[in-house]
Design a protein around this ligand. Structure first.
Ligand SMILES: CC(C)(COP(=O)(O)OP(=O)(O)OC[C@H]1O[C@@H](n2cnc3c(N)ncnc32)[C@H](O)[C@@H]1OP(=O)(O)O)[C@@H](O)C(=O)NCCC(=O)NCCS
Length: 153
């Protein structure tokens, strides 16, 4: 599937403003648009990525990575705002964007450690990308049950 996708999507390092609609639609649909903005979005070290279909303004998939130490206090990038537009889910977008994003971050920063708070329903998706569960289930207020997951830690 990923080979077929290679030429289908344009992978971009992008600006947060270009992914806020998608974040809002997929991750915070019942909240005001402002709730799709995250602490750290505008930090210099933060990376935002998008997959686009050629010629389309709105991305079909997005993810952000913020420089936030892991619980051991060591440097790491926290994955946030992972979202694929509903009609594109299950078609390889998430897999492609995470692989390309982490490769680019590792090459550009030398940081190879990643972590996230994964929604319970997305845990298997992350496991398939090589991530591991690192906590028990906990609740994120207003969003639901999550587990901490790590990659390269
Ligand atoms: C979870 C999400 C980001 C995955 O993105 P996607 O583009 O649909 O994922 P892909 O199509 O690249 O899937 C890659 C693999 O993971 C699997 N997968 C994707 N989502 C899954 C899920 N929710 N549960 C189990 N497996 C899943 C796919 O079947 C595929 O498996 P394969 O490699 O064996 O074929 C997307 O479904 C989404 O936006 N969900 C709603 C928002 C959300 O939960 N975001 C995560 C917040 S932590």
């Amino acid at each position: 599937m990923s080979n077929k996708n290679e030429n289908r999507f344009i992978f971009l390092k992008t600006e947060v403003r270009s992914i806020l609609n998608l974040r809002h639609q997929i991750l915070r649909p019942n909240n005001p648009p402002k709730d799709a903005e995250f602490y750290g979005d505008n930090e210099m070290e933060t990376f935002h990525f998008a997959l686009h279909i050629a010629g389309e303004r709105e991305p079909v998939c997005c993810v952000s990575y913020m420089l936030v130490p892991y619980e051991d206090g060591q440097d790491a990038y926290q994955l946030r705002g992972m979202a694929t537009a509903e009609v594109w889910q299950g078609k390889g977008c998430g897999k492609e964007i995470v692989a390309k994003a982490q490769e680019l971050i590792m090459q550009n920063t030398g940081i190879t450690r990643f972590w996230c708070k994964a929604r319970e329903e997305a845990i298997v998706f992350y496991e398939k990308q090589g991530w591991r569960v690192a906590s028990e289930l906990f609740n994120v207020e207003g969003v639901g049950p999550h587990k901490t997951m790590t990659f390269g830690i």
